[in-house]
Design a protein around this ligand. Structure first.
Ligand SMILES: [Zn+2]
Length: 365
């Protein structure tokens, strides 16, 4: 028996990856036991480990589901929808197919959304899965991983509090998948009129030779598609970049119209050139990398620093220690995303300077 295909919502926070390739044939698939507490919300049944947990999620479901159906063209309302919160989202108690780092799943075969209790942002993940659940047949021609990009895009619109974090993760992943991103760190000493500079390059493994083409070919969000977690993050990033550009330039209706037009012309998928034109993107990895960097503003760069709190802090600390500096008052510390105009004035960032000051004091003792 083959488990049905599920849409995974991917965790993007940095984590050490293990290649999850356990696949044992011939063992029975046992459906997991439902969480014990059950709440009937307006828009579906919610199950969690306590009634309080289920009730809180029920409120989010009632708020989000009508809005997903209203802000997207080409939707259907799922009757008998259930949302479960689990420690590890899955339909089966035996992991026939590893869901890897999935924070949420849409299991169409069971009309069920499965959410990880420790999801980075439970509400945003619910919004993402509700998009998968709501898309009707008219979206069938949306190619490759783009449905993930659409689900992410709508989730940032409906849960704006989680938008910057998602954008930072997805855009950084897109840049890493297409060649990496460079930062320049400057420490200016106003008293001595000297400036120290360091170049930091963040690079990641490229999922393929032409990732900006493969994102249209591979459905990285389906549990049946076998790609490494790092490649998957890259494709999610590229899909978000493309859909975000189309929606910001043309609106989500335009993306839907392309899907409908492709079907009317007897095409199985929207042709790549149509989507590139709608996003105003060229067909080269370098063009996509530049586009990802251009979309990263100060808020996203700050969030990227929060997600990787050590690399800038450690570089500045090493420099200051080597110069015997303990006083931050006469310093101007700037972090610039090269190839874009985005700069953070870190000397005015209190959490950053507080942490630095504490580290400098502890070495001095
Ligand atoms: Zn998804």
């Amino acid at each position: 028996m083959k488990p049905p295909v599920q849409h995974n919502s991917l965790r993007f926070s940095p984590a050490p990856w293990a290649v999850l390739a356990v696949f044992v044939l011939g063992l029975p698939a046992c459906l997991v036991t439902p969480p014990s507490a059950l709440v009937h919300a307006e828009e579906g049944i919610v199950r969690g480990s306590t009634e309080l947990e289920a009730r809180a999620l029920g409120l989010q479901l009632d708020r989000l589901k009508p809005r997903v159906e209203c802000c997207l063209p080409g939707t259907r309302s799922v009757d008998g929808l259930e949302v479960w919160i689990q420690d590890k989202p899955g339909l089966y108690s035996f992991p026939h197919q590893s869901n890897g780092e999935a924070e949420g799943l849409w299991a169409e075969s069971h009309d069920r959304i499965l959410l990880a209790r420790d999801a980075d942002d439970l509400e945003r993940t619910l919004a993402h899965e509700l998009v998968h659940a709501a898309l009707d047949e008219s979206w069938r021609t949306l190619p490759g991983t783009l449905e993930e990009g659409l689900a992410d895009q709508i989730s940032t619109q409906l849960v704006p509090e989680g938008a910057t974090r998602l954008r930072a993760g997805r855009l950084a992943s897109a840049a890493l998948a297409t060649g990496g991103l460079g930062l320049t760190l400057e420490v200016e000493n106003l008293e001595h009129q000297t400036t120290w500079m360091a170049r930091i390059t963040l690079s990641g493994s490229r999922p393929s030779a032409e990732p900006q083409r493969d994102v249209f070919r591979l459905a990285a969000g389906l549990s049946s598609t076998r790609v490494t977690p790092a490649s998957k993050r890259g494709y999610y990033g590229l899909a978000f970049l493309l859909v975000n550009r189309i929606v910001e330039r043309q609106g989500v209706e335009h993306l839907h119209n392309l899907c409908v037009s492709a079907a009317e012309q007897g095409l199985s998928q929207v042709p790549r050139p149509w989507l590139l034109a709608a996003a105003d993107l060229a067909d080269s990895a370098e063009a996509w990398r530049q586009a990802a960097l251009e979309s990263m503003g100060a808020a996203e760069l700050r969030e990227l620093m929060r997600m990787h709190p050590d690399f800038v802090h450690d570089a500045v600390l090493d420099h200051l220690r080597s110069r015997g500096h303990e006083d931050l008052d006469n310093l101007r510390i700037r972090l610039t995303l090269r190839e874009s105009a985005t700069t953070l004035e870190l000397h005015a960032d209190e959490p950053f300077t507080n942490r630095l000051r504490a580290a400098l004091t502890s070495t001095a003792e």
